[in-house]
Design a protein around this ligand. Sequence first.
Ligand code: ADP
Length: 502
Amino acid sequence: MKIVVASSEAIPFAKTGGLADVASALSKALAEAGHEVSLFLPYYPQSTAKRGFTSQDFEACPEKVTISVGSKDVEAGLLKAKFPDSKVTVYLVDQPRYFDRPELYHEQGRDYQDNCERYIFFSRAVLAFTEKLNLQPDVIHANDWQTGLIPALLKIEYQQRPGFEKTASVFTIHNMAFQGQYWHWDMLLTGIDWKYFNRHQMEFFGQLNLLKTGIVFSDMITTVSPTYAKEIRTEQFGYGLHGVLDSHSDHLVGILNGVDTSEWNPEIDPHLAANYNENSVLEGKPLCKAALQERMGLPQRPDVPLFGTISRMTDQKGFSLILDAAENLLASDVQMIFLGTGDPYHEASFTDLSKRFPDQVATYVGFDETLAHQIEAGLDLFMMPSQFEPCGLNQMYSLSYGTVPLVHEVGGLADSVVDASEKNLENGTANGLSFWHFDATVLYRQMRRAMEMYADKQIWNQLIQTGMTKDWSWTHSAQNYLSVYQRACILRNQNNESVSAS
Ligand code: ADP
């Protein structure tokens, strides 16, 4: 198959969250399965420079396209790059006016005011370059609101053009909370006729909604876990779009993300004090724990349970609950490590916690990928009490690093973590701890329960082994995406037939 993947971020070039991991890892897994994959993302020069890339890492393509954004004509350039050890071609759309900025989407908690315009430009550029490079894809796979316009443009403008006669679209929702919703006049920037600005298509309560646009116009919709695919059809999790999703439920599939094992594998991870696998975890992990305690300025004590998390510091990720529960638990002999950035209130609270309990708590406010790897390996327990969690990656990294996850039973957390109940321990499926009521007291009780289990080495080692021996790689998920692509192509063809018959 020929596949074009469009994403606003992808590791190692630019990352703010899980989307970056998924866009790259899925592209690589599809290429490994023998498919021809082109991955498009914007060229963010400041982000790539921060990540150690120089201009020599990118090849300038001669192709240029001019994109109409409202009344402006804006030129797009193109750079090309390769992932190491992969046949995926990475195309970076170059327009400094939109993308040469310190951050990807916002600075100091404020969104860039022209985000709608920036990603309309990017979405149009992806299709224009797909045409110019004559890629003739079977499928274009768009991700999140930033590329939500692509399925619409494909149906409305590109469907009959040479090279697109068979192209189907797949749209993946990584988080319903971010919808790309803008005032109605931004419809003019899309270049799409006002007739599509109606409540069944691009409009949502008088505003332009780019996530809804992607949902409505794509041939198939996916989201990043089977449980989240069910949850988003309910009022509680659907952020107002549950009705739209429910009416498209025939085309909605949940596929759990995998782990990119070239990035996240304790056996070869270059950031760790010691490498290990499921057979050597009991020797390797204590060395990683000691190195982490030293780096974070905590007493190097092998036997104290070490809890922690790596995350955007937001209410979605359960930070209010963690703060309350941690305050109570710190009366016991436990250490905690927090790495994250986000809500200034949470950043300040967790920094303050580490000042008040310097021998027990260490907080690093910032984005540090090396430290993230060291925390995954060094912790005993990873806390992920997210209010909602479309998929979540860190619980799967934790499972493959022998770090027991403690999670709120929602979305992808429910699909990957099996609670250490008596029954699950007996049948050998338990790999972590999970709870249902989103409440600080419940989390506190689960943390105490984790401490008791940690003290029973037999149970704890069983949880570690069960997590580490399962295959969390992308192989299985990539196969599921291929089935979705095939279904999208069939639906697209049926659509062609009905158009030519009418
Ligand atoms: P989300 O995409 O909702 O933020 P995920 O769990 O799906 O959450 O993915 C988050 C990704 O970002 C993980 O790879 C995680 O390790 C990483 N991450 C989040 N915050 C930081 C940070 N402060 N430093 C380094 N990595 C981080």
